[in-house]
Design a protein around this ligand. Structure first.
Ligand code: NAI
Length: 412
């Protein structure tokens, strides 16, 4: 059962050297019981920390599986201070009534900026020139070097990153075409094309900003490459599975593709220091980076703020907006009400049982919000302040005791 605690007693454990901005933001909101660790703890240490934590903040190294979560009875929220959340068993967390938050947009600008740098670098053949110079070869020539102004950029995937790249490229004087499976509003002078082939036949340089889905997997294959203009440059700063690497090396060998910039790969080393192996190693015209397009100091600091903010909002107000595994409930402030939060199994009769507890007590409900997702329901009930805190605690205990209740919490 979840008790209601003063903020200073809400234990928050932040692992893996999470940015200081997170700690500052949490402290600023009154959460002072924060333990920070610079590493990802071994299982025994992690288990001990989780036994006491109300919230845990992790990055990509700490794995939170079902067995570990089952041993964290006080845990009410998880913050992934990164983009990915596959290090957490999201379904197990949801079944235990634990929302998981992440920071999907904090590094958008970082990826967009590096994409612009890749566009200019590829159009000037900087990767090739840099490689030659490192071999002591001086080759001063304008051959294969172009300004980006007036060139056509094709953007595949016009979401957060793709649209930012569009704005920046437009400002550089590029002609921007984009293709997206969803209807998207064009920014500036960019123009949407109805079919990807239209973009392929016109673009001097193509950049991919799509998620990994069955449709995007291998979308840059031999056929797609053959539809592109001869001498095209290609950027993949999205997901490694998008490009068929063998098809790309053939196109590089034939000269059909003049250059490429890749930050993500079908197989990536798991740890720093491991050897990177790819058929692309050794190609002078290919700019390779180790999945760092979104990794900047600014992105880290934004991630700290974004996830801390989501934890604070959930703890103070009950809103789960932005949770990746949980019913999304966006709540107004509850200044003149006690707020009762209940997470329950999504089974028939649950809501009527909860409402029965409250109506038997003659409670005046000023607001009720319910959302369900998969196997759980999340209901938030605002109760008029004329009801005493003691009574509300009694209702909480009765609701928590109902069969199917997972967690019940009060915000006074
Ligand atoms: P987003 O979700 O805002 O945008 C993705 C866009 O792709 C959406 O507009 C969607 O409608 C579109 N799309 C989906 N399937 C498509 C298809 N088959 N053809 C054309 N368009 C399609 O995502 P966001 O934030 O812009 O990220 C884009 C990609 O960048 C993701 O794969 C993400 O994982 C990756 N990324 C890589 C980073 C790195 O360090 N290299 C860092 C951050 C994101």
């Amino acid at each position: 059962m979840e008790l209601s605690l003063p903020k200073e007693d809400v234990t928050i454990v932040l692992l893996e050297n999470i940015a200081d901005t997170a700690v500052e933001r949490l402290r600023g909101a009154g959460y002072t019981s924060i333990t920070t660790l610079s590493h990802s703890p071994e299982p025994a240490e992690l288990e001990a920390l989780l036994a006491e934590a109300r919230f845990v903040g992790i990055r990509s190294r700490t794995k939170l599986d079902a067995a570990l979560l089952a041993k964290a009875p006080k845990l009410i929220g998880i913050g992934c201070f990164c983009i990915g959340t596959n290090q957490v068993d999201l379904e197990a967390a949801r079944s235990l009534g634990i929302p998981v938050f992440n920071a999907p947009f904090s590094n958008t600008r970082s990826v967009a900026e590096l994409t612009i740098s890749a566009i200019i670098s590829l159009m000037r053949d900087l990767p090739g020139k840099n490689a030659q110079m490192h071999r002591g070869q001086w080759h001063k020539s304008a051959e294969d070097s172009y300004e980006v102004r007036g060139k056509t950029l094709g953007i595949v995937g016009y979401g957060n990153i793709g649209s930012q790249v569009s704005v920046l490229a437009d400002a550089l004087g590029m002609r921007v075409l984009f293709y997206d499976t969803a209807t998207k509003l064009a920014h500036g002078n960019a123009r949407c094309v109805a079919h990807i082939e239209e973009l392929y036949t016109q673009a001097d340089i193509i950049t991919y900003h799509v998620p990994e889905t069955p449709q995007t997997k291998g979308m840059v294959d031999e056929r797609a490459l053959s539809n592109m203009k001869s001498g095209v440059r290609i950027i993949n700063y999205a997901r490694g599975s998008i490009i068929d690497i063998d098809a790309l090396t053939h196109a590089l060998d034939s000269g059909h593709v003049a250059g490429a910039a890749l930050d993500v790969f079908p197989e990536e080393p798991e740890q720093n220091g491991e050897t990177f192996i790819s058929p692309l190693c050794g190609y002078d015209s290919v700019l390779l980076t180790p999945h760092v397009a979104g990794s900047t100091q600014e992105a880290q600091s934004n991630i700290g703020l974004e996830v801390a903010e989501k934890i604070i909002t959930y703890s103070d107000n009950g809103s789960t907006t932005g949770a990746v595994n949980f019913p999304a409930v966006a709540l107004p402030p509850h200044e003149n009400a006690h707020r009762l939060l209940n997470i329950h199994q999504n089974v028939p009769g649950m809501m009527s049982a909860i409402n029965q507890v409250l109506s038997a007590g003659g409670v005046n409900i000023t607001g009720q919000f319910l959302q369900t997702q998969a196997n759980i329901g999340y209901v938030v009930i605002d109760i008029e302040k004329s009801t005493s805190a003691e009574e509300v605690r009694r209702y909480r205990d009765e609701i928590q005791a109902l069969s199917g209740s997972i967690r019940t919490r009060i915000l006074h």
